[in-house]
Ligand binder design. Structure first.
Ligand code: AMP
Length: 197
């Protein structure tokens, strides 16, 4: 059961209002399910939209922020809980510890870095927690194509490709994350013969 969800998303609003409205819808759905939110703790972009919608609805919001970003005054000062950590690595580790599952909304380097770190930890068996992309207006299609290409070129095992769920519907994506069964497959494909995967 998912009682705490970590959301990675842009520190910008993006070009279309649809991105913010999907962040609002996600927060509203989490409120109906009484799911707590863990996120990066900022008061900018989609991150802020998500946190403010949760807080306005009486939801629990936990921020995890490196000291350097707090000093740059991008911290949200109204959260239920705020953890200030030394750096970005500690932040990702704490967000992972606190959460049962992960969703990414559209974003840039920060969002992609976070989602790929969580995928890598799952691939290595360090954690076994579900991860999904909310594919708002096909935003993540080029990324999904890239991953399928990596499978085709035998850099990524199909079982590991399946670690990343995606969907356009918030209710269905959350349901898929709830039903997720951890993948058990060895990472070290070098032990196999060339062309075998
Ligand atoms: P980006 O996708 O590059 O906009 O980065 C957003 C993601 O990276 C969020 O999930 C945050 O955890 C982190 N991040 C990037 N920029 C900031 C910021 N200014 N304040 C707080 N967190 C940020």
């Amino acid at each position: 059961m998912i009682s705490t969800l970590c959301v990675f998303c842009g520190s910008s609003m993006g070009r279309q209002p649809l991105y913010a409205s999907q962040a609002v819808m996600l927060a509203e759905y989490l409120l109906t399910k009484n799911i707590a939110l863990v996120y990066g703790g900022a008061n900018v972009g989609l991150m802020r939209v998500l946190a403010d919608t949760m807080l306005a609805g009486g939801g629990k919001v936990v921020g995890v922020m490196p000291k350097s970003l707090v000093e740059r005054e991008v911290a949200h000062d109204g959260l239920t809980e705020m953890h200030i950590v030394a750096g970005m690595q500690e932040r990702k580790a704490m967000m992972a510890d606190l959460s049962d599952a992960f969703i990414a909304l559209p974003g840039a380097y920060g969002t992609l870095d976070e989602i790929f770190e969580i995928l890598t930890w799952n691939q290595l068996g360090i954690i076994k927690k579900p991860i999904g992309l909310l594919n708002v207006d096909s935003f993540f299609d080029p990324l999904l194509r890239m991953l399928d290409h990596a499978v085709k070129e035998k850099f990524l095992r199909p079982e590991h490709r399946e670690l990343l769920l995606d969907g356009v519907n918030i209710v269905h994506l959350l349901r898929d994350l709830e039903q997720y069964k951890p993948v058990i497959a060895e990472k070290w494909i070098e032990r196999l013969k060339v062309g075998e995967i």
